[in-house]
Design a protein around this ligand. Structure first.
Ligand SMILES: [Zn+2]
Ligand SMILES: [Zn+2]
Length: 171
């Protein structure tokens, strides 16, 4: 739990710097949004976040949620994903600080997202970069398909409450 606290402290400091740099108000709302984001382990969209803030009875407008997300993405505290399913093309987000680099599997039926990390991806990145004289700064890898989880076919929407353990495939 201590790790989580210090992570959050680092995240808060980073957001603070970003808000100063952008001459934006350092409002409590923005930090409450940051806290909510860092309490989650899922891949949420802006509406999920807005609804979570509503459930906390925290008076945050949709506009504040959206523009705070922009700031969080800009300063690297949140990663934005475009998981290109046709009915779900809106951006999905996840926290980035303290997370290891990972790739995603997206179920096109229930929209569940799974994660995995595999050191071979790093190897490919290095080899391709060397071969093509290219400094690879980042990458994104998404596998689309159909998960075999219970209730996948019938689940009305993705289950955003489930925390997703990142599978380590290094063995
Ligand atoms: Zn599924
Ligand atoms: Zn992820």
């Amino acid at each position: 739990m201590k790790d989580q606290q210090s992570l959050l402290a680092t995240a808060r400091a980073k957001l603070e710097d970003a808000l100063v740099a952008k001459s934006l108000r350092r409002s409590g709302e923005r930090f409450a949004i940051l806290e909510e984001v860092y309490s989650r382990d899922d891949h949420f969209d802006a509406d999920d976040l807005f609804q979570a803030m509503q459930q906390k009875a925290y008076p945050v407008s949709r506009a504040t949620v959206y523009n705070t997300l922009e700031v969080l993405v800009d300063c690297g505290l949140v990663i934005r994903h475009h998981f290109g399913e046709e009915d779900n093309s809106k951006s999905r987000y996840e926290k980035s600080l303290g997370r290891q680099q990972h790739a995603h599997l997206v179920c096109t039926v229930c929209h569940h997202v799974k994660e995995f990390c595999d050191p071979r991806l790093h190897l490919i990145k290095t080899n391709v970069g060397n071969a093509l004289q290219f400094n690879v700064a980042s990458h994104s890898l998404v596998f689309y398909g159909h998960c075999t989880d219970d209730g996948c076919e019938t689940r009305p929407d993705r289950d955003t409450s489930a925390s997703i353990p990142t599978q380590d495939l290094s063995q």
